[in-house]
Design a protein around this ligand. Structure first.
Ligand code: ZN
Length: 415
């Protein structure tokens, strides 16, 4: 668990929007622990979450009930980099003000006014590698004990063919190494961006402009562009709604793939907390050789993910089949269901209760599971009443689906 942070007092920022070129003003207010980061415009509130992203071309746009807020990423990056978990951002205008093109004006003001508050937040501690890839852009992440970001950019450009930077993010490294890095553009693309209705507020005052021969204004770091890429990535990562613990490696990233990565973490990934074997044994009565889940590595409102290491010593391989050991498909189904049972009893309490299959539908087997495979078992809650639960389940080995189905269980009292 981590502490929750907000700011001591309301802070104002004003300026013009980088893309709209229009004046705007925001007031960032303290918020109660647990409220999260929320934008408010008029009477519409938009949580800073990936579900509300409506556009990702050159900036990140949030939208709800017809209300749009443009270019939220630099402000969110400052909050995320400093560990702010709760704040209300009141927006007057269409876009967050560009300030100097970096997140430094926000980050400095937040850092001075940072305050720890009641409550804790569960970080998303990455438990399994994740990857999204599209059109030569890639974001990958691996389990780690801290938040480390490495980013590489590559261009067909004589002055900036490539830049690379790796940094472990703390409030101090963020403030010093990332926050000052300004947004950037190549001289030859400025006109085209303007034709697309973007960068209308961009100038040498709020952007680093790169010509074929070098930077057109004074850079703040020799590798300022790649630092700004990390700034943007952290701003979009904030849309996860929780601190992230893991090692991220991004190649030629942009807002679209950042948001896709966040969506994948939230909807398919495994981000703790962990239920270990001893607790699993308290929650369900299964024992060797029929206990088919080693550990739960993710649980949230709707989903759980468990793992089962399939070894050559499994009892069932003695008969299934000695010359060609394959895990029986029905046991894969059983393993998925056991993850569902552990998650269900952990969440809703299981004293004196057991779960029994009431139905199994739409089961498909796609691949064989053999000794040495790690089964990743995903379960999603579809419906629940006091006596019945319906879940969708899936087993995956190395990112490839091996089995899936819909499971219904009755919850019975065994007293
Ligand atoms: Zn940016």
């Amino acid at each position: 668990m981590r502490g929750r942070f907000t700011i001591k007092k309301s802070l104002n920022f004003e300026g013009i929007g980088l893309h709209t070129g229009k004046p705007s003003r925001i007031t960032v207010h303290p918020a109660q622990g647990g409220e999260g980061i929320v934008f408010r415009k008029g009477d519409v509130e938009i949580p800073a979450r990936y579900e509300f992203v409506s556009q990702t071309s050159r900036r990140t746009v949030l939208e709800k009930d017809g209300v749009r807020i443009e270019t939220v990423e630099h402000l969110l990056s400052a909050m995320y980099g400093l560990g702010i978990t709760d704040a209300l951002v009141e927006v007057e205008g269409e876009e967050i003000p560009a300030m100097d093109g970096s997140s430094l004006p926000f980050a400095e003001a937040f850092y001075e006014n940072l305050v720890k508050q009641e409550g804790e937040i569960q970080p998303y501690r990455l438990m399994l590698p994740e990857k999204v890839e599209k059109d030569g852009r890639r974001v990958e992440a691996f389990p780690s004990d801290e938040l480390t970001v490495s980013t590489a950019i590559r261009y067909q450009h004589p002055f900036i063919p490539s830049q690379f930077l790796e940094l472990t993010i703390t409030p101090e490294t963020y403030l010093r190494e990332i926050a000052p890095a300004r947004t950037y553009a190549f001289e030859e693309e400025v006109e085209e961006l303007r034709k697309r209705g973007l960068a209308a507020g961009g100038s040498l005052e709020n952007a680093l402009v790169i010509s074929k021969n070098g930077y057109m204004n004074e850079p703040r770091f020799p590798d300022e562009p790649v630092r700004h890429k990390i700034l943007d990535l952290l701003g979009d990562l904030a849309l996860l709604g929780r601190p992230f613990v893991g090692r991220i490696m991004a190649l030629a990233p942009g807002h679209e793939i950042h948001v896709e990565f966040v969506r994948k973490l939230a909807e398919e990934g495994a981000g703790g907390p962990v239920v270990e074997l001893d607790e699993i044994k308290r929650l369900i009565p299964h024992r060797y050789p029929f206990l088919l889940v080693d550990r739960i590595i993710h649980m949230d409102e709707k989903r759980a993910v468990g793992i089962k290491q399939v070894t050559a010593n499994e009892e069932f391989f003695q008969g299934h089949f000695p010359h060609y050991p394959v895990m029986p498909g029905v046991l894969i189904v059983e393993a998925i269901a056991q993850v569902g049972a552990v998650a269900f009893f952990k969440k809703f309490g299981g004293d004196g209760k057991m779960a029994f299959f009431a139905g199994i539908d739409e089961v498909r087997f796609k691949r064989q599971v053999k000794p040495g495979d790690t089964l990743v078992l995903h379960i999603r809650l579809l419906r629940k009443s006091s006596r019945m639960v319906k879940m969708e389940g899936k087993a995956v080995v190395q990112g490839q689906p091996v089995a899936s189905g819909i499971f219904t269980a009755i919850i019975a009292d065994i007293r």
